[in-house]
Design a protein around this ligand. Structure first.
Ligand SMILES: [Mg+2]
Length: 133
């Protein structure tokens, strides 16, 4: 059996739930953010790996597009974007009290122990296989 036929076994014909306008707008903005992040990645990929030179003008504009979608998501979710930014800075202060250091990155003090262990694991496929760790 071809991959496409095997994959189709898990395909659904229509949404298996109803979605509110709020749900749809959050999804819309999340997809928009992913698209804009993809544009950022493409500019960097072409600029560095394809050796086109980094187009900082385009990158600047695309980062703004990312921010627009982040602001939109915050608005739709009733959050102040400043709170999201402050929370992120607090998390980074906890994780990297002396600034970034690889050993602090491995410790992941702000993540549960089992979750942090996943990052240190040398066989990530065991999680995909469903093996209990
Ligand atoms: Mg864009």
């Amino acid at each position: 059996m071809k991959y496409q036929e095997l994959a189709a076994r898990t395909l659904i014909d229509k949404p298996d739930a109803t979605y509110s306008d709020q749900d749809l707008m959050v999804i819309w903005n999340a997809i928009g953010l992913a698209g804009e992040a993809g544009e950022v990645a493409e500019i960097v990929k072409k600029g560095i790996f394809h050796q086109h030179g980094l187009d900082k003008g385009k990158l600047f504009k695309e980062l703004g597009d990312c921010l627009w979608y982040i602001a939109a998501l915050c608005t739709k979710l009733g959050w102040d974007m400043e709170d999201v930014m402050a929370y992120n800075i607090d998390k980074l202060r906890e994780r990297y009290p002396e600034g970034y250091r690889p050993e602090d990155s491995l410790k992941r003090v702000d993540v549960k122990t089992s979750e942090a262990q996943n990052w240190k694991d040398d066989d990530p496929w065991k999680y995909a296989r469903g093996e209990d760790v």
